[in-house]
Design a protein around this ligand. Sequence first.
Ligand code: DX5
Ligand code: ZN
Length: 227
Amino acid sequence: MQSTVIAPSILSADFARLGEEVDNVLAAGADWVHFDVMDNHYVPNLTIGPMVCQALRAHGVTAPIDVHLMVEPVDRIVPDFAQAGATLISFHPEASRHVHRTVQLIRSLGCQAGLVLNPATPVEALDWVLEDLDLVLLMSVNPGFGGQGFIPSALDKLRAVRAMIDRTGKPIRLEIDGGVKADNIAQIAAAGADTFVAGSAIFNAPRTREHYAGVVGQMKAAVAAVR
Ligand code: DX5
Ligand code: ZN
């Protein structure tokens, strides 16, 4: 079984104080930094790119940086993120003309590779590529914005993908992204997730290390009770 990972989405952090926000959330017990990249093309929003990833590394962040690409095309920008210090790079199959090639590209640059399924993307998108992945990310909201509500059908999808991963016998992580809160994370974990993205649930005010530690601690305790 994979260890539990809490990956705060910095989409909901204070961008004017990003280094400090990331330091605080990691000191509060978070495991990874979830880094949402949006291009105003694949999704209707625009966020941050490789320069910001590089800046976090230069600031001293050593935790894994979990880059979630919501961009199209994908391949052009992958080397930039590998160079900028990404640990893991995930992308949406709809945004890449050659999904398997993109997976190979990510891994050839020394990063781990993840594939992201939107709420309406069937789990069959994982066929023929699952065994080459380090992580599957299931969206429990439509990508583009933080602060949306968890779509309940994601629970059945988690159970389905959990079974697919278990059949491979490989250490592939199952990550969930969107609407994850301290009060629904237990049922999400019970459905098979081991890696949990949470943006607004963690970074909504008050923006203090103590508040972050409280939420991350509640989340870890809730997950530990069911895994
Ligand atoms: C949405 C992003 C998420 C988002 C999660 O497109 O991929 O990572 O920031 O935010 P919350 O936890 O607020 O739903
Ligand atoms: Zn994300």
